[in-house]
Ligand binder design. Sequence first.
Ligand code: NAD
Ligand code: GLY
Length: 364
Amino acid sequence: MESLTVELGARSYPILIGDGLLEAIGGHVAPLLKRPRTMIVTDTHVADHYLRRVGVALGNEGVSFSSFVLEPGEATKSWAGLARLTEWLIGEGVERGDHVIALGGGVIGDLVGFACSIVKRGCNFIQVPTTLLAQVDSSVGGKTAINVPAGKNLIGAFHQPALVVIDPTTLATLPRRELGAGYAEVVKYGLIDDADFFAWCEANGAALLAGDSAARAYAIAHSVAAKARIVAADERETQDIRALLNLGHSFGHALEAETGYSDRLLHGEAVAAGMVLAHQFSAANGLCPVGDAERVRAHLASVDLPHSLASAGVNSDGATLAAHMAHDKKVRGGKLPLILTRGIGQSFVTEDYGLDAVAAFLDS
Ligand code: NAD
Ligand code: GLY
């Protein structure tokens, strides 16, 4: 088992990574509890595979639990989902000192985290991520949210978990397409500031996606360590450090909006195409070598991720796509900070480029 810490002073917390950790989870959770009781929140897909396993592991340590199983999918991360969950937690007699377990992907993690930030003015929660995306990104860092009709993740809070438990063997049941979407976020860490890790992805990405457990373990530990470092340096995204985690997200956001935030394009798939566009836009503006942009495109294409507007299933014009970007929640003072790059592993935040320039690029 590997262990690392997100260093946030009094709110620091461990991330445990290891094959089979679900079977041992009771031993890691029990010492945190003020009373030997917890509540598990999950979705039906994950419950079918893992709820019983986690329950047995808790029982082995004398921890009783109740569980709430939600519908899978983005629609659960909503006002209605939040109301159902918070009312259930209150009905279960949740106390401020309790720890609620979020067992699932980013949808469950974001929803449970937000519910725990507000129920009884805040209780603790534990992230047990079961998708690659959640294991390398969303379970760490304390961004919690629900979606509202005006946009995704617009209502939320920073609320750090007390513990993150990652068992990579859960990826064995994850559909290949979801695995690919999570892999885009792995590649992102290389592109942000770690050219060697991008080269590792080029060499090992296909094996990781095919099920190589050593490659998965390495990628998860490396990605999570990068995320932990970034969150520790800029927890609330005020210093243009955590913002780098949004590489590919502004372009990707436009693609997701244009495809209706639907199964037509998963978030990680949009990020993949968005990262290629961010590199190509950087190259078109003389910031980044054309060859680097082509390497990024070629690698994502080689693992069947969207790597262009066409492969993302979008044929809208630049103005339409740029208009979506104008509604991005990252807009500050009317300007959208873009994450661009000087080359692989050399990303930076800039407000030097207007959406008219982005629209013209997307039409080119
Ligand atoms: P998800 O939670 O919807 O999970 C994807 C699908 O996989 C679901 O159908 C789920 O039931 C199923 N699933 C989960 N684990 C499984 C397993 N081990 N075996 C079989 N099926 C399994 O999607 P996601 O990609 O994990 O998360 C997407 C969400 O994460 C979005 O709402 C996004 O906004 C959010 N997000 C948050 C952050 C953050 O920092 N908080 C970062 C990135 C993304
Ligand atoms: N996934 C982006 C962040 O955590 O900041």
